[in-house]
Design a protein around this ligand. Structure first.
Ligand code: G3I
Length: 406
């Protein structure tokens, strides 16, 4: 099943109407909730059963503290305007050890015209993170969206590689030594095949290898990540990603990790996620010597019932189920949510609920209070296996970057 791309596109992916029809299917099993335990190896997600999950959490430790206790990093997305909101900035500082920015480092913001780079907001965000001892990850150097008009009007098969490499050198070079990691290439595949983008059309599939080599040349310390959407729901996407990563590793491309975005659809859950196949996929990616980051997790609740308690319980169930499986894989080293509070989520503008109610996709509510989703994440971190103490170069770099004591 193709995941509905979190930006309505005109390809064969799920349409909003079909997603809502799926929502009706969800209603039939919305009466209760899966058992309160992580999904054991060999098990599928339980169909939603009558017993209500308790989501009991011990203590008040933050998500970053619970993650760090297991050698994991937890963080979230924030934007320039959002982090000017003191209550949000305080919540980010309390809960997050790493910050990723949703839009400020994308082409349309940081490279507004061919000869102009605007690092002002990016620099402010990097300093925001460093001032609070947080790590910082860059998103994203090469993508088919957030493309400024000047690039669309200029690019051709003669200049495309130079335009892309120059952008990467300027941006990754500007932040060299400050980045935990970069999403070098984002969403190059669609349903397991190369996505038809201006990069593929003008350079060919080798644009991916070229981009990673340029990024490594510009910042040899940063962990370089291939970031992808739809892995959670789409078997063909998983196959395509695995094939691409095998090919990149075989040609010596400096790719260090896979980013699994983690935009999970509540509509259709638990039948839209195959946890046994996901476990297998994670293990195969790890066998390539790659780390794995969950880079943009949230739960899209469009098409689910209006009641807050019902919705929050379903969303929390999904967080705990998904993370309990993902964190069983030792190669998974970080989890980031795409935001931290429901006050700031892309979902309200991109997938507004038909009943007009605000979405509730994230660990904190609009008043920065911890929700069931927060408890679900806390439980997943608390029950995750500890990561081995072996700290590879990227891990050492993270420790140094955050000014943390060894
Ligand atoms: O900043 C302008 C503002 O000045 C203008 O008034 C307003 C009205 O058009 O647009 C604002 O820019 C918007 C920007 O978000 C900031 O809010 C863009 O139009 C809008 O397209 C952009 O959407 C972002 C989207 O990526 C496309 O870049 C979402 O916030 C962001 O959450 C979303 O994130 C993506 C990841 O990068 C990749 N993975 C999927 C994820 C969800 O689609």
């Amino acid at each position: 099943m193709n995941l509905q791309y979190p930006k309505m596109s005109n390809n064969s992916l799920l349409t909003r109407r079909r997603a809502l029809r799926l929502g009706l299917a969800t209603l039939t099993c919305m009466g209760a909730y899966a058992q309160g335990k992580s999904i054991a190896r060999g098990q599928q997600a339980q169909t939603l059963e009558d017993s209500e999950r308790e989501f009991t959490v011990v203590g008040e430790a933050s998500l970053k503290e619970r993650a760090a206790a297991k050698g994991l990093i937890y963080g979230g997305a924030g934007g320039f305007e959002e982090l000017l909101d003191e209550s949000y900035a305080d919540a980010v500082k309390r809960e997050c050890d790493i910050l990723v920015v949703g839009n400020e480092l994308k082409w349309d913001k940081i490279h507004p015209s061919q000869d102009k780079f605007d690092f002002e907001e990016g620099d402010w965000l990097v300093e925001f993170a460093r001032d609070r001892g947080m790590l910082f990850r860059g998103h994203t150097l090469v993508w088919h969206q957030a493309v400024p008009d000047w690039l669309k009007n200029t690019i051709d098969s003669q200049n495309a590689e130079q335009l892309m490499v120059n952008h990467i050198r300027e941006v990754a070079g500007h932040y060299a030594g400050k980045m935990h990691s970069w999403d070098v290439v984002n969403e190059a595949l669609d349903d397991g095949e190369f996505r038809k983008t201006l990069w593929l059309d003008n350079i060919g599939p080798e644009y991916i290898d070229i981009a990673f080599r340029a990024a490594h040349e510009a910042d040899s310390q940063a962990m370089l990540v291939y970031n992808e959407i739809g892995i959670e729901h789409d078997a063909k996407q998983r196959e395509g990603v695995l094939k691409l990563l095998e090919e990149l590793k075989a040609k010596g491309t400096p790719v260090h990790a896979l980013g699994i975005q983690g935009h999970i659809w509540a509509v259709g859950y638990p039948n839209n996620v195959n946890y046994e196949e996901l476990r297998q996929f994670l293990s195969e990616v790890a066998s390539l010597g790659l780390k794995i980051l969950i880079t943009e997790m949230d739960v899209i609740d469009s098409g689910t019932p209006a009641g807050i308690e019902t919705r929050d319980r379903l969303i929390a169930t999904i967080y705990e189920d998904f993370l309990s499986v993902a964190l069983d894989e030792p190669a998974v080293t970080a989890v980031l949510t795409w935001g931290l509070s429901d006050r700031y989520t892309w979902i309200n503008s991109h997938f507004p609920r038909s009943d007009g109610l605000p979405s509730r996709p994230l660990p904190l509510d609009e008043q920065m209070n911890r929700k069931l989703a927060w408890k679900a994440m806390a439980r997943a971190f608390d029950s995750a296996p500890s990561r081995s103490a072996d700290c590879n170069q990227h891990c050492k770099n993270s420790v140094k970057l955050a000014g943390k004591k060894n």
